[in-house]
Write a protein that binds this ligand. Structure first.
Ligand code: ZN
Length: 141
């Protein structure tokens, strides 16, 4: 099925000021394990993906690389906290086309490169009850 519907809740992302400290906290407090770390220049962030013991939905920590990062703006306005949630879709372009047809306000009309080689796009939080939603199409193996 290439209909662009959400398949899985992939991760919940938290904006943080110090990714090393927060990694340690979530490892110690909840037993999450760091699965992958990456610098995503295109989005101006350092990303760390933590997973619970039995897998399932991950937690993404996002630290800004500079004051120009969208995460810096978020931290200034709202402080640390939940930044977005991300669903995996099988075909991100179909998903974006469908959303456009439905008149849903998008931040990205076409996908860009996200962490872990995924194609990602964001839906505007105004269109989704105040929640910033990310869609991700994972690289094909
Ligand atoms: Zn994300």
């Amino acid at each position: 099925m290439k209909d662009g519907k959400a398949e899985t809740l992939y991760h919940v992302a938290i904006a943080v000021r110090n990714i090393d400290e927060v990694e340690k906290l979530y490892e110690t407090a909840l037993g999450l394990k760091v699965h992958h770390r990456e610098i995503v220049e295109e989005q101006g962030v350092k990303s760390s993906m933590l997973v619970p013991e039995d897998g399932g939905t991950a937690l993404e920590l996002l630290e800004p690389l500079s004051d120009n990062s969208p995460i810096s703006n978020f931290l200034e306005k709202r402080g640390e906290g939940i930044h977005h949630i991300c669903f995996i879709v099988d075909n991100i372009q179909s998903a974006l086309n469908r959303l456009k047809e439905q008149g849903v306000q998008l931040i990205d009309e076409s996908p860009r490169l996200g962490a872990y080689g995924a194609k990602v796009a964001f839906i505007h939080p105004k269109a989704m009850n105040g929640v910033l939603i990310e869609l991700a199409e994972m690289p094909k193996k």
